[in-house]
Ligand binder design. Sequence first.
Ligand SMILES: Nc1ncnc2c1ncn2[C@@H]1O[C@H](COP(=O)(O)OP(=O)(O)OP(=O)(O)O)[C@@H](O)[C@H]1O
Ligand SMILES: [Mg+2]
Length: 506
Amino acid sequence: MAVQDDKIWFDSISMEFPGVLALDDVTFGVKKGTVHIMMGENGAGKSTLMKVLNGTNVPSRGKFYVDGKEMRFSSAREAEKQGIAMIYQELSYIPDMTVERYLMLCREPKRGCFIDWKGVSQKAKEILEEEGLDYDPKLTLRQLNVSDIQLLEITKCIRGNHIDVLIMDEPTSALTSKEVERLFEKIEMLKKRGITILYISHKMDEIFRIADYITVMRDGKHISTAPAEEFTNDGLVKLMVGREISDVYPEKETAAGDKILEVEGLTSEYGRLHDISFYVRAGEIVGLGGLMGAGRSETVRAIFGIDRFEEGTIRIAGKPVKIRRVSDAIRNGIAMATEDRRRLGLILCRNLKENISLSSLRKVSRYTFLNLKKEKRLTERYFQKMKIKASGLEAAAMTLSGGNQQKVVLSKCLMTDAKVLILDEPTRGIDVGAKHEIYKLMIELAENGIGIIMISSELPEFIGMCDRAYVMHNGRIVGELDKKHMTQEEIIRMAAGGVRHGHSKG
Ligand SMILES: Nc1ncnc2c1ncn2[C@@H]1O[C@H](COP(=O)(O)OP(=O)(O)OP(=O)(O)O)[C@@H](O)[C@H]1O
Ligand SMILES: [Mg+2]
């Protein structure tokens, strides 16, 4: 009966990967023209199930129905022909492809049997204009940041042909609040046209704004599906994690020590940074606040040697250091977890042990020999601490769920014997339970005298974790806040460019 009523009906779907039962007998329905939110911890099976619906995964057992008809897709192309499209969680793209090529990929206008390149440019330009995306269609994807690419990806999906089921896997994780509003408006609009939206998210505040229905999964099993108003925030957390969790930020006992990192007059044409000066003490967690595009990531990328900078000095424990490339930064005791784990954080084809120990080989080797036992022991500690969900340390990084990949990147950083640790959006895409673990690890590291720079777009987390913060606007530091004065309003006011005092000059 439900099979006929629902737009989509999953019927006892199971999916096995070597060593992992990712989906375990999942049955539920999705109503036509609703926004249906999928929730659950990292590795619960959300993405795997959505990939069954979009044809990239073929389930080991079970069936699913679309409009009451049993479907079997063997590729995403086939699903797309039936009106089902998906925006992926991990951004995977060819960095050298241009915006216009990417946007029109697989639906290029043809002239006879040749691609009509002029037509590609023209159509792409039209779409970009209509969607209010103001970037140059000739740019390559490499030149865009995460949020630009994600918006492009969403546009590409929405503008595809005859899509009446749109799956979005954590689509807002890299968007600014303004971009999120735009997406939500678009979702409203799509809903009015009868399009069914399946939406995976870890963000409690946003799901209640758009949800008609919520499904909770845990350990590959279906736990609950009901109208959104039947859930409360705490109730949802409990369903996902299977236990109560207090959302408090752990307290730090020890006081900060001497300045461990000093940045003075950092200026970069490329990163649009102007005269950035700040410091971090040993044992201190210092936040870099600001809106997306303010220059927070650019600043830490320069310090870590990913991007070049023209002027400025960096001192570690009072000693000036030259940083031209990432290896310089690592050698001088800086470690960093980047915001875009796919592009910069992980070697996807390697196993977890290798990924975790990659930047701390010195710690696990003697002379030139790798101490395999020690490598195993140390990596295992983080594997357990971070509760990484995988078949084991030998599993390849690419087989992990998005949130669990993020945990691997963090483990890799946390394991280095760095003096300065940079965390750019460390909890993006991470479930509530694991967030708590990451906070605890950060505190532990700070208590061991490590200076931490943290970038986070989630203000409660930013305020909860940082001892002190600098707020950026337009490539400059526009203010400094101590713990006492750090409020959501104050940060937003400064980030909007209202004030300039504290450490900025000129
Ligand atoms: N190709 C694969 N090979 C082996 N295991 C896989 C593969 N894809 C997924 N898995 C495993 O299946 C389980 C479910 O993963 P899935 O990506 O569906 O989680 P998720 O709910 O989307 O989590 P997240 O919130 O972290 O994105 C995980 O344990 C994951 O490691
Ligand atoms: Mg996922």
